[in-house]
Design a protein around this ligand. Structure first.
Ligand SMILES: [Zn+2]
Length: 229
């Protein structure tokens, strides 16, 4: 039947429009993932830079600490001794605090490095998924194209066999009606628009000796069975 061929051709056209959008969505997902990965990498760099900064500060404190300790052996007065002792305590505390910061940084760096490694795995999986989808898509397009080809051949073949007036009306209707353009009428009701048709027309339809259109939706209508389309 020509109408079932055309319905299939409509489905194929819709599918061919839909699939590129699915591919685009995957591409968007990949872009998002890439941005997240770059963000994670730059966070990692910031953490490493922070750690280097505190380590440099520690390197500067170290000689001051040693110098103060050395001076402790050369003090002349009790007062001076206590002042240096206080200075040493303060430097010790400072070193302790900075070392704590370094440890904290190292923990965060470790976490962030794991995250970046996971991102790498995720990226590879997404890439693979995308490539598979793309391959499927191209294969599907090929399938659909060859189906279209054979449907069109079949349609041409059938077109030569049906009533040419009917075919012209049908093709004209297809231009401005979406979907089915031929509808059965059951109990006075057109199945295309679900509105009733006049009793006289219904009787003519049952007789089946003339081409009838629904007065409401203009679809070609028939009573029971099918008319070759
Ligand atoms: Zn109708």
């Amino acid at each position: 039947m020509i109408q079932s061929i055309d319905t299939r051709l409509d489905d194929i056209r819709r599918e061919k429009e839909q699939t590129p959008r699915e591919i685009e969505k995957l591409e968007d997902d990949l872009d998002l993932l890439k941005k997240a990965m770059e963000q994670d990498l730059s966070s990692l760099e910031e953490l490493k830079e922070g750690r280097r900064k505190v380590e440099r500060e520690l390197e500067e404190i170290e000689p001051r600490f040693k110098k103060s300790k050395a001076r402790l052996n050369e003090v002349k007065s009790n007062k001076e001794y206590h002042a240096i002792l206080k200075e040493i305590e303060e430097l010790k505390e400072l070193i302790f605090q900075k070392e704590e910061v370094v440890i904290k940084c190292m923990e965060e760096i470790e976490i962030q490095e794991k995250e970046c490694a996971n991102n790498g795995v995720r990226w590879e999986q997404s890439q693979k998924g995308y490539k598979n989808k793309e391959k499927q898509f191209l294969e599907r397009m090929k399938e659909l194209d060859s189906e279209v080809q054979s449907l069109n051949d079949r349609r041409t073949e059938l077109s030569q066999k049906v009533d040419q007036d009917l075919l012209r009306t049908y093709n004209g209707l297809r231009m401005h009606l979406k979907g089915r353009v031929i509808a059965p009428v059951i109990d006075f009701v057109c199945q295309g628009c679900h509105l009733g048709i006049p009793p006289q027309q219904y009787n003519d339809l049952i007789k089946g000796d003339s081409l009838q259109s629904c007065p409401n939706c203009n679809r070609i209508i028939y009573w029971g069975g099918n008319n070759g389309l």
